[in-house]
Design a protein around this ligand. Sequence first.
Ligand code: GDP
Length: 440
Amino acid sequence: MFESLSDTLEGAFRKLAGQATINEINIGIAMRDIKRALLGADVNYKVVKKLVEDIRLKSLGEDVVKSVSPAQMIVKIVSDELTELMGGEQKPLNLSTKNLPAVVMVAGLQGSGKTTFCAKLAKRLKKGGKNPMMVAADVYRPAAVEQLKTLGLEVGVPVFSLDEQDAMKVAREGLEAARRGAHDVLILDTAGRLQIDDRMMAEAEALKNLMKPEELLFVVDSMMGQEAVNTAKAFNDRLDFDGVVLTKLDGDSRGGAALSIRQVVEKPIKFMSVGEKMDDLDQFYPDRMAQRILGMGDIVSFVEKAQENLDLEKTIQMQKKLMKNEFDLNDFLDQLQQLKKMGSIQGLIEMVPGLNKMVPKQDLENLDFKPIEAIINSMTKAEKASPEIINGSRRQRIALGSGTRVQEVNMLLKQFAEMKKMMRSVSKMTQSGRKITSQN
Ligand code: GDP
């Protein structure tokens, strides 16, 4: 996520690293680089202009504190400004507990990730103790109703649909069904088209008036860059939505939409979607995002995700083993399975500062668990506990026993060594992350 922006900003900061003081000249150069980086990331021109000017004024106005280098100070100022730009504080979903069900209406262009988001949100709300229901009012794309039903089954949330092309009727009857079923949240998936057109907007407006949603969320594909911002503006002018959901951030190396949308439409980004899996949805925290963009990682989110999904007891045991260097191949398999539970591995790696540079992307994407399991199961107890004893002939025997090739056994042992290194740094960072969270 945002790799290219992070890299160019890092370059700008590096130039300042050797400087003892901040002056008009070095700030001028840094600002030019930052501006170039942001424009290259497809951030809205007006947004960039204002942001760079704010950063420049703040940098020159600031007294350089002795213990902080000019580069560190600028990074802090840029981080604060980016946070502000993306909306400052995290804005949670606002669901009333009075008028039940609270309606969350979801709108956006076709293909933006609306239907997927509805199911992810349903899963999240259910996990948080709500009893949601989804209503399939995307009636023009027949596959959309089927898709929502399939996802509904996957996340264990009921889906209301009718064999009708009348979205208003589906919504109305869906609302009644939700009341009958004592559901406290109704998530309404609406139709999108490939482009904004008047009929789609008129229908969305009518649905808004009928359903009086507590939250009208606009879903937009961040990979569309500036086009995402223009679409958001058009939807907001007509629908006056409450918040934005940015999708496909996992594929967005530039970040232009994330950085411009809030400023242009003046509505908070509430969620971000970072993959196709049902758990790949996070609340949007402007400060954490700014830190990620500046390559500082997002250890707070990582720790939260770990706490939500990992078996804490097991993790503590594992950390002890790691510290004592007793982490073996059985634990390796166990950890892989635990990591898998936390969602996309690549997404997790990106949250930890420096880790994405340590672990080659390809290795993670290619991780297939089945052969790994077979290989480990073909090892003796002693081999699992001390993989260093696995010599050439043992490797051959293991390959034969697991129906794999020696190269795969070699690869696994190499990956294990890498993983051990990685887990050790994750565990160190998780511990320091805990310290950070507990201090707050
Ligand atoms: P809709 O037409 O707006 O309802 O869009 P869908 O929910 O059908 O999503 C369109 C495609 O985008 C599907 O293949 C989804 O799996 C995919 N998708 C949705 N969200 C994300 C995301 O955050 N990351 C990635 N990589 N793909 C996503």
